[in-house]
Ligand binder design. Sequence first.
Ligand SMILES: [Zn+2]
Ligand SMILES: [Zn+2]
Length: 363
Amino acid sequence: MGKKSKRNKRSSAAASTNSTSGTNTNKDESGRSKSTNNASGNSGSVAERLSRRGLCNPFTPTTQEELDAIVTQPTVSSNEDDPIKPPKDATCWICLEGIMDDNTEPLRRNCACRGDNNYAHLKCLVSLATSKSEDIWTGRVKAASNSDWLAFGWVWESCQNCKQYFAGKLRLDIANEYARSTEGMVGGVRAYRHIVACSWVTKSMFEVHNPCYPENYVLMESKYDKLLDLVQKTYPIYNQGINPALQYINFSLKRTEAETITNYSQTVASRIRMLDSISSVKSEELTKLYNKWNDLSSRSVQRFEDLEEISKKDPIMMQQLKDSILHVKSQMTYFKREFSHLSLEGLDGTLPDEKEDRNLVSN
Ligand SMILES: [Zn+2]
Ligand SMILES: [Zn+2]
């Protein structure tokens, strides 16, 4: 559901700043291949260009300080909720070991991998994603031929063996480890990495947890609020004018914010649908949620429109943003019709006590 297109969106956002154009392999006299499509050469030149102009390069490795600042405890791995349990002699495709003696690291799988040797320990999946993600951010390798540093999250989202998205509890466990591994970056020039990780946590929760259940909804709501708050606090880091690398991240940050608000509004919509089907729910609660949904949906359209305004020179990006706006607007029209009985809007589209309601829902 929209997942595949997300990849394309991200990669073309990335493609505009990428100077490599296809593989151009020549052979020299000794017969050795020399490729001009070299990811590390490309990133080196970016670092050089930035440093020549005295500008900060955010695409540098994670520091020890950032690692030391991680406070969240590691996820306790359990395969209880995984759809397929490994046979006794199964092994991890990453470390080639089997089930650990103390049974603390069970073998996990919830992707398209099959066979007895295509399970993995959570900690192996995490360490593989950590190092690959770092390599992509620093430009040592590319996630795909048309992607760049900002594709660093892909390796956390899908299995490196079968290339399919992780699903269920395993997806959520990896997403949480992803957020954990980047939490020391908050406030620094690599803070965007943590924001992308947190946005993957909310997307994964939306896939895995049903927001119809109150405890899930409350948890998701707090994750969205925290993330949007963090985005606001992070803008000053990247909003610094002339540095093209920071400008690039700033644009992506805005896009992440727009996508988060869109997902948030969809989560609220699911909750409304559920509550509306139970006749015992008081209408004030529903009206409050409806207003919240309405506010979030309008904000998401506005954010996408703001992005459209600043990306006028990029026709591919413009088209993607137009699609996003159209998507949100059509969902809004549909939902408003479905839940017209919850709306307090008058014919002129204004609420009688709009200010008060806005204050209630924005907190
Ligand atoms: Zn392993
Ligand atoms: Zn797999």
